[in-house]
Ligand binder design. Structure first.
Ligand SMILES: [Zn+2]
Length: 319
């Protein structure tokens, strides 16, 4: 069997996965989060296995939620490469996409300040983010950061609002929604997941999309949830204009905009200087957190006790 794409990149988030039903489940080191990791992993695995069975030769999965350590690699088809934690570049957070030709987004959420399940952009500390007068969703930043590497966005899954936002900016992208409005008790995870798999497989025939390259310049308005003083400190730190809780960023192209937003949300001038060092400790925290979640899932009998074989698989995870 052959498909149009030999190498698929999956960017996986947790909010729009079948395992995450509230804020605690997206947080770090909560019992709900452990279960969300499990749900997210099973969603990703279902898609990964189907892609290989359909003839895709290589699948790389980038864990893109919070610490970047949420997926349990021992539960994912061993043919896939899982990339956990964060890298500074060339693609921010992700590193080198290699020869991936297409990207699928799983478990995503809607843009900050919009309707939708746990809507945010980059951090929940941003209350509202508009770029050139429109809300900005992460799918735009992530897709644009992959465009110089000729990676085409073909598939997106998240809440219905997130799907609509993705389709509005990335023409012809395939999407498959997760509707959480009725709550977890009434949610049929098996049938939803098989729909996710069919949607992802259908998108292998998507020849209509192209790498996403929006043209600048960009004027961003960021409303900071922490209020005026926090916004003032952040704006001064990076030399951005500010008025009350609003911070203004001007960028010539989308890559500059993404870099500035990453700085605003996650970094300080000091951590930029010691970034490799900082990332090492951040990734270590993520790795330890996931080990904690795994033990917790075992204790609560959601996962079998460790055997020597699963230990080996756990150690396979890249950092
Ligand atoms: Zn997330």
């Amino acid at each position: 069997m052959t498909t149009r794409f030999d190498h698929i990149l999956i960017i996986a988030d947790i909010e729009g996965s079948s395992g995450c039903w509230n804020y605690r489940a997206s947080s770090f080191l909560t019992q709900e989060w452990g279960l969300a990791c499990l749900g997210m992993t099973l969603d990703v695995n279902a898609v990964v296995t189907a892609l290989f069975d359909a003839g895709v030769r290589q699948v790389t999965v980038k864990d893109f939620h919070r610490t970047g350590y949420n997926l349990l690699p021992e539960l994912v088809d061993s043919r896939a490469q899982i990339v956990s934690g964060y890298r500074s570049g060339p693609v921010p957070g992700l590193g080198d996409p290699g020869d991936a030709q297409a990207v699928m987004f799983l478990g995503m959420h809607a843009a900050a300040g919009t309707e939708g399940f746990m809507a945010h952009t980059l951090t929940s500390r941003i209350m509202w983010l508009e770029v050139n007068k429109k809300p900005l969703a992460e799918v735009e930043l992530f897709s644009a950061s992959l465009a110089p590497h000729s990676v085409t966005p073909i598939f997106f899954s998240g809440c219905p609002t997130a799907c609509a936002q993705a389709r509005a900016v990335i023409k012809k992208i395939d999407s498959y929604p997760i509707d959480k409005s009725a709550g977890p008790e009434l949610f049929d995870v098996d049938s939803w997941r098989s729909g996710l798999v069919s949607g992802a497989l259908n998108s292998l025939n998507n020849v209509a999309t192209e790498p996403y390259t929006p043209s600048g310049p960009f004027k961003a308005e960021v409303t900071w949830r922490g209020g005026d003083i926090a916004a003032q400190n952040l704006a001064r730190r990076w030399g951005f204009d500010q008025d009350g809780a609003r911070i203004f960023i001007e960028a010539a192209d989308i890559h500059e905009l993404y870099r500035d937003l990453i700085r605003l949300c996650y970094l300080t001038p000091l951590t930029v200087r010691i970034l490799p060092f900082g990332l090492f400790f951040y990734n270590l925290t993520g790795r330890l957190g996931l080990a904690w979640a795994r033990q917790r899932l075992k204790k609560d009998k959601y996962l079998p006790q460790t055997t020597r074989r699963t230990q080996k698989i756990e150690n396979r995870q890249s950092n």
